[in-house]
Design a binder for this molecule. Structure first.
Ligand SMILES: NC(=O)c1ccc[n+]([C@@H]2O[C@H](COP(=O)([O-])OP(=O)(O)OC[C@H]3O[C@@H](n4cnc5c(N)ncnc54)[C@H](OP(=O)(O)O)[C@@H]3O)[C@@H](O)[C@H]2O)c1
Length: 332
């Protein structure tokens, strides 16, 4: 089968189309013919991991070290990138009853990667769900990572109807779903994003949209019950002014100062810092699928590229001109 492989870390030029052995489903597994995969923060970071210093990494240095070992110290441990997919079940292993050949599915591979390929195998009871008819393969391929991360992280906040939530970084993979899930919970959402994506984010249901190139939400008059900061570009100190007295600052990406602020404010009745790591489970993928089917979650793709042009897709993703999600079409 064809796959995009890379054997050294680096620029998009390290990605090449190659022939690799097609996997066969073991007992309890399904073989998926991949129709679409995605290009996102994860793929770009893993492709280029040797050049990302602990300082540039958006998480604590210990996480950087663990990621370095897990992705491969000197060269990529897994030569096939890609953590999201949408496709069709092409074969089932012994004992599989949940899916049958021909079923349309979408799913998430996380750090196992391997979706930049014509076929992949995964456990039938893993992070995979039937594709809701509302989504085409290309749109479905940009849902799982962001939606699962947003769902599992927001679940811990106990957001109530009528509360005010600000999402700083609302136009990206996690932020678009955090916005939609918070809104679904009845929150009044203020979204912060770059100029190019203001209209897109407004269409997702944000009550107010601020442009981070012009507006500083920490100087605003509105008070928020929750501030979710996707890239951790603000700080608890700066956000305190615009948090309610019991307001929670939740940087999804965080460094040591946020950890210290979390420890300082833990257990207090006043404003506090919450930190969390997403811990998605297979049942969460089914929840995502039902939220898409109910029209609660939606996704758009700005541009898609054929699998063979994965390097161009990565270049576009990293360019200043990118207006939204980027997908790879693996098979028509
Ligand atoms: N805690 C966890 O468990 C967990 C799990 C997964 C990932 N993460 C972290 O999440 C981050 C990736 O999130 P993602 O995949 O959603 O990234 P993404 O798709 O690249 O989105 C980034 C968002 O940040 C916005 N942004 C860029 N510069 C900004 C600024 N100066 N101020 C405010 N917003 C700004 C972007 O807006 P525009 O595009 O409109 O400019 C976009 O909305 C990584 O740092 C990763 O470490 C955390």
């Amino acid at each position: 089968m064809k796959a995009i492989v890379y054997h050294t870390y680096g620029s998009p030029d390290v990605l090449h189309l190659a022939d690799v052995p097609q996997p066969a489903p073991a007992r309890g597994e399904i073989l998926v013919q991949v129709r679409a995969a995605s290009v996102g923060y994860g793929e770009v970071a893993v492709r280029n991991f040797a050049s990302i210093s602990p300082r540039e990494f958006n998480m604590p240095s210990l996480f950087w070290l663990l990621a370095r070992f897990s992705f491969g110290l000197r060269k990529p441990a897994n030569p096939i990138l890609g953590n999201e997919f949408a496709g069709v079940v092409a074969a089932i292993g012994e004992g599989v009853t949940r899916f049958k050949v021909g079923d349309a599915v979408f799913g998430y591979r996380g750090q196992m990667m391997g979706t930049y390929a014509e076929y992949l195998c995964l456990p039938a009871d893993g992070m995979v769900a039937p594709l809701p008819p509302q989504l085409g393969f290309i749109e479905a391929a940009v849902v799982p990572y962001g939606a699962l991360t947003a769902l599992t992280l927001l679940r811990r906040l106990n957001i109530q109807p009528g509360q005010r939530v600000l999402v700083n970084g609302a136009s990206g993979r996690i932020g678009t779903f955090a916005l939609q899930i918070a809104r679904h919970l009845g929150a009044e959402v203020t979204a912060v994003c770059g100029t190019a994506r203001v209209d897109y984010v407004r269409a997702l249901g944000a009550r107010r949209v601020l442009d981070y190139t012009r507006d500083d939400f920490t100087r605003d008059d509105t008070r928020y019950d929750f501030i979710l900061d996707i890239l951790g570009r603000s700080s608890f100190a700066a956000c305190r002014r615009v948090l309610t007295p019991q307001g929670v600052y939740f940087p999804i990406s965080f460094k040591l100062p946020a950890v210290l602020a979390m420890l300082r404010t833990r257990g207090t009745a006043g404003q506090r810092v919450h930190l969390g790591i997403s811990d998605e489970k297979p049942a969460d993928m089914a929840t995502i699928a039902s939220m898409v089917a109910a029209g609660t979650l939606t996704a758009q793709v700005d541009r898609s590229f054929p699998l063979a042009e994965a390097a161009a897709a990565h270049r576009y993703y990293e360019s200043a001109g990118r207006a939204g999600n980027v997908a790879l079409v693996v098979a028509e």
